[in-house]
Design a protein around this ligand. Sequence first.
Ligand code: ATP
Ligand code: MG
Length: 435
Amino acid sequence: MSLRAGQIKSSENVGKQVTIRGWVYRLRKQKENAFVLIRDDRGDVIQCVFPVEKAASLTIESSIEATGIVSQDARAPEGGYEIKGKDLKIYNVAGADYPIGEYQSDELLLDKRHLALRTRKMVAMAKVRASVLDFGRRWFVENGWMEVTAPTIVKGAVEGGSTLFKLKYFDEEAYLSQSAQLYLEAMIFSLGPVWSLTPSFRAEKSRTVRHLAEFSHLEAEAPWVTLEDILKVEEQLVSYVIQNTVRERAEELAYLKRDTVDLKKVEPPFERVPYDKVIKVLKSKGFMVTQEDGSKREIQFGDDLSIDSERELTKNATKPMFVVGYPIAVKPFYVKEDSDNQGIGLAADMLAPQGFGEISSGGLREDDIVSMTTRIRKEGLDPAAYDWYLDLRKYGSVPHGGFGLGIERLVRWITNAEDIKDTVLFPRTMSRVTP
Ligand code: ATP
Ligand code: MG
């Protein structure tokens, strides 16, 4: 029976014979001995020492099965245990030109992402990401939300036409979905609170460290809720995911050099900061926005928050905050207007601290058919493209709301990753669709 590195590294195994299968992660050949670091299929490594003749044909990333006796040696890397190798079975001698070594340009690592997945950084990222998805799902299951799946080939835009990917769909035109929201809204009438995790596609034309062309979108929608109900769900969900991920992935986060002191303090409630106050704060700091012609002016009421303004706002924060009360003009057509506060939307964005910025957007949805039709037209959209969606306002409309959270944005914050591309195994951006 073959064991994994983690199972072998235990004092009980000292003196015993074990077998491990894996890949040559590092290789150092000396006069008499070859020191082979073996990576198992969970990304853990252990050193195995062979007489140099036995390991003569080995190259980096060769796949092998090694059998030997476990010994404890404080000098052995990766936990002080090593295997004194006896038998070596080689499955595949890897080409000697394996392109990934210790130091590589980011670009090469992206070009060779199918191989870079074997680096410890990517393994650590993948594990953190898996925990985020796992605990996200658990939160919804434990709190009585039903998981659903919406189509990703659609006819209507949710977030505006400029980022739509067009698709030839048999003899007609269709799009890749930007959000499952409209479909989730249709489901709440018979399924109650629902949630989904689907890829969303956006043809983001600017290169930023927080936009992908395809991302994992965690979305939720529920009937009969208030804005405050939705914000409570968001802050509980995010806190639960973070607390559990930080606990389960302590080792990986340490490897990624993520200081988790602040993360451990993330718990409800998150501060609710009104949009108009945010603008005042940014103004007082002399924050400027770039206009379309490239010139700069002072930020003012009515401006959407940009990556830069969100960074400024959150750079010294240690917990996420909600920005509430955006002008509806900067929000999509479905955002419900506050009846006590004309022009203001019942919507909020959650901004992650330390400059990370928006990780989720949520709020109440317009439930009146007349207001909604007007808003669709105002955005230059065709109400006919939304006829099924408008039916939801025609037949038993109810106050309802929900939110959408970007998994990669959350993982980026949790891992303190420089670029969102680091948080996904095969990133899709404007300039990258392979591998
Ligand atoms: P931004 O203003 O940052 O471009 P948005 O307001 O367009 O984002 P929403 O439509 O509110 O995004 O989508 C909900 C969530 O999905 C966002 O809060 C974010 O976490 C995530 N998200 C949106 N666009 C992207 C993207 N291109 N790449 C990764 N995540 C994204
Ligand atoms: Mg948003």
